[in-house]
Design a protein around this ligand. Sequence first.
Ligand SMILES: *Cc1c(COP(=O)(O)O)cnc(C)c1O
Length: 448
Amino acid sequence: MSLDPVPALLSRATELLATHFASLPAYDSPVDTAAIEQVLEATAGRLGDNYPYFHPLYAGQMLKAPHPVARAAYALAMTVNPNNHARDGGRASSEMEIEAVRAIAAMFGWTKFLGHLTSSGTIANLEALWVADQCAPGRRIVGSRQAHYTHQRISGVLKIDYTGVVADNHGRMSMEALEAELRKGNVGTVVVTLGTTALAAVDPLDEVLALQRKYNFRVHVDAAYGGYFRLIPEALDEPARRAYAVIDRADSIVVDPHKHGLQPYGCGCVLFRDPAVGRFYKHDSPYTYFTSTRLHLGEISLECSRAGAAAVALWATQRLLPLTQGGEFARGLMSGRRAALELDRRLRQDDHVQALTAGAPDLDIVVWKQRAETPERASQLAQDVFDACATRDLHLALVQLPSSWFGPSGDVKNRAKTGMVTCLRSVLMKPEHEAWLDRIWERLTASW
Ligand SMILES: *Cc1c(COP(=O)(O)O)cnc(C)c1O
């Protein structure tokens, strides 16, 4: 590992923060540093049992280390441990959350909106689907089968009917299948995913909005993974660019700063275009809201206690790396995108594998199938390559996908019978992946 800059950065800021409370009388809080040091040694010992998520050779799941500024700001906030449920528990951090969320909404083209952070994308989606149901109770939700699995589960929790429609061979929601469902009637909300979890496929939001005129439903955009790609339209292919261009016409949007936003876990975000949906959250809390008549975040969110530190870390990160087109943050997304396109290009020229027939990836996740006589054999080979790469410190992921998405091959006759095949999947979400692509490729090709 390279030298960690966080401890030094943090110590100066911690001293500065302490000066704000210097007028308080000193108090004793005995700390046995020797004992803590020992426990921390044991802790480090335990944490070593992890894949190296922070390293460019980790190119498996949607995982990366938070930015140093986020880690430092989060740790700094731990001195006070604010709770963003109410201004009573997190005065400064509530204000920082409002500012940070405003910047995220501005990225989507919204200045008038209602929104807040959540502890995850799942909770953010839960709020969006709950609000959707409050707006038009008893109507169905439709998403793609490639939408995140939690939509169906959340719908179950909320007791809303959920239908998953097929995706095309690019992993995007099929508009024919969606329209067939809309024709059946009673669809209240369509979940449109910009950046699916398996493939980072971008559903055609523009086409869904065209259907909305005819069938009248709410549009919820799940951009938990892909939301930030709104900042780099020039780096996207036409279909994805068209989808991102109209994201401001969604009724609600979810984005996860803890996925592509360089944040520690515990940071999702939900936004509503119509601020009036705040009425659904109305509740009395006799014990929490008393020091301020201004809005408390707990008055517009389903969760009660929430990490103020998550807002502090996000605010600090956005201050260092503003969410602007052409800025450093956007350039980081662009490098990962270029790495994905380059990996996909190389895979298409290699006889050992088959890339998605439909074309290049929409964002920065690449999937491929090992070429083999049968899907069973291809699945086994994927597992073998996955294991062999790991012995070379290259960490990939596996995913089950319909075989038919990967072009004609010796397994055509078995396709109907088996359907799914295990594929390799690589999430190239770190800016460093681009510079490391040759080293990734070397290890990959040595493994088949
Ligand atoms: C990760 C993800 C989620 C779930 O978010 P969590 O923060 O893991 O709860 C939802 N939708 C999509 C598209 C995702 O990629």
